[in-house]
Design a protein around this ligand. Sequence first.
Ligand code: SF4
Length: 383
Amino acid sequence: MTSLPLIPIAPDAPAARRAAMPPRHLADLDLAGRQALVTELGEPAFRAKQISTHYFGRLVRDPAGMTDLPAATRDRLAGALLPTLLTPVRELACDDGATRKALWRLHDGSLVESVLMGYPDRVTVCISSQAGCGMACPFCATGQAGLTRNLSTAEIVDQAVYLAGVAASGAVAGSPPRLSHVVFMGMGEPLANYSRVIAAIRRLVAPAPDGLGLSQRHITVSTVGLVPAMRRLASEDLSVTLALSLHAPDDELRDELVPVNQRWKVAEVLDAAWDYAAQTGRRVSIEYAMIKDVNDQPWRADLLGRLLAGKLTHVNLIPLNPTPGSRWDASPKPVEREFVRRLRAAGVSTTVRDTRGREIDGACGQLAAAEDNDTDAPQEATA
Ligand code: SF4
């Protein structure tokens, strides 16, 4: 198989840290930190709770909507705690309005994406943790562009708060109005931006007005397999779901599909996943993009089945959403069905993921890539 150069992988990599970070926002701080800042600004500490109740409890992000605050106080606090982090570039809807994708421009011009997905029993948002991604998976649009920078905690949280507000407005027909699930499966490798992602999770699960009040069990963090960070995550007192993007059961192919495998091999990554499951009692989700004639052979299904049999795990097969001009394609349905059959025969719980948002460049990074290539594109939200 292709031999690729080793790539430097370190959580919170210095190159990413050097890039321009956005101004501080209230979602960067916990409630105690907000109270300390508000006091420093000469306002009573209860204003921190008031402004946090607007942001996390009522999903009001625009200071102009916080009308119970005196105007002078509002201006002072808005300047210090509510800078604009995300400017909508495009918002697109498909699946009869059940899927809505947002493309944001950040303060430094970087583009990131989030997706809101409505189901009869829940509303999920898929959020980005980095602008771009340094993991270089060759089948992924984001991976082709490389890493621009880590997102701040507030840039991560603000995606969820914005889309929670969209859901609350009733825009997602046939779904409950309250955001219930968050998956870190947008642009970026969440565990490469470890400290900010953990802080963002703590904001998402803290009860309002400290945070959004989501259940830890309704948060999923994906990783390509940064083993030290997976082990660190297991030691946090968080019971979030870990989703491991495996994509191949053998090192020869995984070295190519997921280049970080050159650093941490399949056996080592799976060991860390099983330790996470043992530590948290949470089933680890194994993500496997089905790529035609690349990783979808029956023998690979059997090998995967042997690796996973008897473990606390579930396999999510993902029909590949090919990027324009890509040499990778989705596996044909009969091949996919045979793969599922073999995994189930090995006793491994397996489902094929619902592919949302195909007609709106649903795979991570496709909307941003399209925007970069489309100079005539409207710069305002269009949905
Ligand atoms: S698949 Fe995920 S980890 Fe790999 S390059 Fe794309 S965004 Fe990064």
